[in-house]
Design a protein around this ligand. Structure first.
Ligand code: C2O
Length: 615
């Protein structure tokens, strides 16, 4: 009897362990010498690989990643789409939730992946370094593949779409800053780090997916490109989308995937074509209204190869949509709906806080250090409600919030733009009377939210400088997309078509170019969370704002102090993780204020700039 009890207990304990594992990894960030497009380059990469290592975990697991920064640059890693409930210190955006990890230092990220499953990813969240510092983060259902709410695929493949510059990516960023202009355009797109055979010297640098006739493949597609939305197709095949941004969707059939930076799409693909070879291909969806500046119009491709395909056969190429095919992009983006699952959260029907937020490009006066900035035109900037987000320099916003330090940010992010004008009319750029609208002010402003309050945001794109579809990403939460459309938002009309039943749930929404989208979320995750455009060059010029979400009434709704002993980029060089031990100190205890070391002096001007594009 007694041994039976012990056996039962032992089994139960084993079951518990299997249910919630601790996945512990070390990320060495450092130089990697790599050959691409006929050139040998030194890039920043994790564990000597491009893309970086895949994290493969189960819902409910605890993830611990020790990041050791042996690169010459400041580093942070963001776990894109992970809620980070009560672990905002592990979110990763530079100067928002932590100091940068300086060269030679390290930082431990520790968080749970609870209440979310599907395809996410991780990436650097400082400068443009995520161009080469990124990888997949797959969260499987706790019950394994049999728990998918769709027929279990036979196999799966991760498709990380990336963007490549021959230039050093930090130079690209610095040059954009110094000149106050947009960055130079990329030289290639990549599939799992490989450009494919349409580029010079790249015949062997091509991703291959071997398939067996009759089997179904789940493609976990991630857009890790820095600055471009992408079309993705496979010749001779179509897809059934079953999830986006790690939220299940109603099955949606399509022969083209449209994906913005930050987004993920899980799509089933049946290998039912005649056994042969087929190209998978991806190239830009260019949403910029006018005038189309030069852009990276190249195509990356890989091969889907049937096991029985004749060795000598040549792959078929899919017909790609035109670069500016907004109709196709909008059809894909707007037709997705959430899969309703019993017991799971649904869209909030009651709204506590309503915001109307314009966003897009603009200009600002040249900032200190912008040595090559045109003094009459000013620098290209981007803003939300005409506030161009300025990153703090002394300490992270979360640090200032946690310790109630004044003077680092203000709580006056506006609920509406300073003026209502004809937002999407390009005349704003030529009418002298409207010229002041082009200028935007720098500021570090937060919108404060009560714990558990519900927020509705109308996101309205403007035509200032150019209308463009910006992928807006919110940290700490998923949100529902109730409606989206083109032109100026019309509240009465839009409300009639709100989807309040099964709206798509995302962490990144590509707001239609020259259009709007309405999102809702419940602020049930205390912390400081950045919302920003996931085209990185726009983040650095200010297309961002932060939500400051108050603690709730109970300890399990209160931010604990950061992990004791964390170097937080201060140079202690410790990687020992005291988390478990010192959590006990309780949420009320205060840790020593962490100041970030001031950034190194601005770099010397890099060589003469190539063609600039503000995109
Ligand atoms: Cu994927 Cu703030 O980023």
């Amino acid at each position: 009897m007694r041994s039976l009890l012990i056996l039962v207990l032992a089994l139960a304990f084993a079951g518990l362990l299997a249910d919630a594992a601790i996945i512990e990894r070390t990320f060495h960030v450092g130089n990697l010498t790599i050959r691409r497009l006929c050139q040998t380059r030194v890039i920043t990469a994790v564990n000597g690989r491009l893309p970086g290592p895949k994290l493969d975990v189960h819902e409910g697991d605890t993830v611990v990643v020790h990041v050791i920064n042996d690169s010459p640059y400041d580093m942070t890693i963001h776990w894109h789409g992970v809620f980070q409930r009560l672990t905002p210190w592990s979110d990763g955006p530079n100067m928002i939730t932590q100091c940068p990890i300086q060269p030679g230092n390290s930082y431990t990220y520790r968080f749970n992946v609870t209440g979310q499953e599907g395809t996410l990813w991780w990436h650097a969240h400082v400068s443009f370094l995520r161009a080469t510092v990124y990888g997949a983060l797959i969260i499987r259902p706790r019950g394994g593949a049999k728990s998918y709410p769709f027929p279990k695929p036979d196999k799966e493949a991760t498709i990380l779409l990336g963007e490549w510059w021959n230039d050093n990516i930090v130079d690209v960023d610095n040059r954009a800053f110094l000149t106050g202009q947009g960055p130079s355009i990329s030289d290639a797109f990549t599939i799992n780090g490989k450009p494919g055979d349409l580029y010079n010297c790249s015949n062997d640098e091509i991703y291959k997916l071997q398939v067996e006739a009759g089997k179904t493949y789940m493609l976990r597609i991630i857009n890790a490109a820095l600055n471009n939305q992408l079309f993705f197709k496979v010749a001779g095949h179509s897809f059934t989308v079953v999830a986006v941004d790690a939220s299940y969707t109603n099955p949606y059939k399509t022969d083209v995937i449209v994906i913005a930076p930050g987004q993920t799409v899980d799509a089933l693909m049946a290998a039912e074509a005649p056994p042969a070879k087929y190209y998978m291909a991806s190239r830009q969806y260019n949403s910029i209204s006018f005038p189309p500046p030069p852009f990276d119009n190249t195509t990356t491709r890989g091969v889907v190869e049937y096991a029985s395909a004749p060795a000598s056969s040549r792959p078929t190429m899919p017909l790609m949509p035109p670069f500016n095919d907004t109709a196709t992009a909008h059809r894909f983006y707007s037709n997705l709906t959430s899969l309703l699952r019993p017991g799971r959260p649904t869209v909030p029907l009651h709204v506590d806080t309503s915001m109307f937020v314009t966003f897009g490009l603009g200009r600002t006066t040249c900032q200190p250090g912008q040595l090559l900035c045109n003094r009459t035109q000013g620098a290209v900037a981007a803003s939300m409600n005409n506030v161009s987000f300025a990153f703090p320099t002394e300490m992270s916003l979360l640090e200032a919030h946690f310790n109630n330090v004044k003077g680092i940010y203000t709580r006056d992010f506006p609920d509406k733009p300073p003026v209502f004008f004809d937002f999407t009319n390009p005349a704003v750029n030529s009418d002298n009377a409207l010229a002041p609208l082009l200028f935007t002010q720098k500021g570090t402003k937060a919108k404060k939210l009560k714990y558990n309050s519900t927020v509705e945001m109308v996101l309205q794109n403007t035509a200032i400088l150019a209308a463009e579809s910006h992928p807006m990403h919110l940290h700490g939460y998923d949100f529902y997309v109730l409606a989206q459309g083109f032109g100026n938002y019309d509240n009465a009309k839009a409300r009639e078509c709100f989807n309040l039943v099964d709206p798509q749930k995302r962490n990144t929404i590509a707001v239609p170019t020259g259009g709007w989208a309405v999102i809702r979320f419940t602020a049930d995750n205390p912390g400081v969370w950045i919302m920003h455009c996931h085209l990185d060059p726009h983040l650095t010029i200010g297309l961002a704002m932060v939500f400051e979400v108050e603690n709730g009434p109970t300890p399990d709704a209160t931010i604990p102090p950061p992990l004791f002993g964390q170097p937080l980029g201060l140079g202690l060089g410790m990687i020992v993780d005291f988390a478990v031990e010192f959590r006990e100190r309780g949420p009320s205890s205060r840790h020593r204020l962490q100041l970030c070391l001031s950034p190194p002096p601005p770099p010397p001007p890099p060589p003469p700039p190539p063609d600039f594009v503000w995109q």
